[in-house]
Design a protein around this ligand. Structure first.
Ligand code: ADP
Length: 284
């Protein structure tokens, strides 16, 4: 597998409205790629196209070496998908959910039982295997979704807002699981998120989408270098104005030169600053 994921000039149009507009990007094997963007930017639609859930209107998509339109079945064998909606059945037990999914993927026994045990251990749910899913916390349900997505040993995992709505401790635990999968199993991942610190912590590269277009892409280091590593913040009434500087030293030098420094401070820039700079007008 030379490239894990490749999109070339991909468009998706719903009712004459371009929702994904000329999107091209590639993800290398073993990479964690983060897709950011305001609501409605086209992130979920992109994941749906990559995971064969909807077809692109135009353009080429190759996942794990297979064309998503012409080789859907082969693509599905190579990918695991964790979507936003909790899609596990609450009336079934943890084990039954896994068993059902394993049968859907035609994983034969005893391998199926072995894999169910292995992945429930991995996400630390082995001791809850006989509990009904509706008795689990939100974080446990999300871990079950991940275990289920991994059951058929996919090469690439797609995660649409994997930690949305979870408390900070649970979120961090999921980060460790996601990172562990990447580091121990070499798994390639594409995730969407609204949490900037999540993208900073997990992602090797970040793409920012806005109104269907990819408007920025790079590593955090590259993005900070491009937009500025230092920030001067100035309080204006009840809000802050931000000005980027190439380096923190330049930001500090600028502040030093000001005769009136009231309400001003400097700091290093972060992904959130860059995101707001790029997409701020769209925040809701
Ligand atoms: P994001 O995940 O970045 O929030 P989405 O991909 O969910 O964005 O949505 C992008 C745009 O496409 C939105 O304006 C949304 O209303 C529209 N959209 C998504 N799915 C459909 C659909 N099945 N039919 C019509 N419009 C859709």
């Amino acid at each position: 597998m030379s490239t894990a994921v490749s999109l070339q000039n991909v468009h998706k149009v719903y009712s004459n409205v371009p929702v994904v507009n000329d999107l091209s990007l590639t993800i290398q094997p073993g990479e964690i790629f983060g897709l950011l963007g305001p609501n409605g930017a086209g992130k979920s639609t992109t994941i749906r196209m990559l995971t064969t859930l909807t077809q692109a209107t135009q353009g080429d998509i190759v996942v794990a070496g297979y064309d998503v339109n012409r080789q859907q079945l082969q693509v599905r064998r190579q990918i695991g998908v964790v979507l936003q909606q909790i899609s596990v059945d609450g009336d079934l037990s943890v084990w039954e959910n896994m068993e059902f999914h394993g049968r859907m993927h035609h994983i034969p026994n005893p391998q199926r039982q072995h894999e169910i045990g292995r992945w429930l251990e991995f996400v630390e749910l082995a001791d809850r295997r006989n509990d009904k899913v509706k008795t689990l916390s939100g974080g446990m349900k999300r871990r079950l979704q991940i275990a289920r997505a991994l059951l058929h040993n996919p090469k690439i995992l797609f995660l649409d807002e994997p930690t949305v709505g979870l408390d900070p401790q649970t979120r961090r635990r999921l980060w460790e699981i996601i990172r562990g999968l990447n580091q121990q199993q070499g798994m390639t991942m594409l995730l969407t998120t609204h949490y900037m610190e999540e993208a900073e912590y997990l992602c090797d590269r970040i793409g920012v989408m806005d109104r269907g277009r990819l408007i920025e892409m790079g590593t955090l280091i590259e993005l900070r270098r491009k937009h500025g590593e230092g920030i001067v913040m100035k309080k204006k009434g009840d809000r802050w104005d931000y000005t980027f500087f190439s380096t923190l030293k330049e930001a500090n030098d600028y502040l030093d030169q000001q005769s009136d420094k009231t309400g001003m401070m400097t700091r290093s820039s972060n992904l959130e600053d860059i995101f707001v700079e790029l997409t701020g007008r769209n925040l809701d």
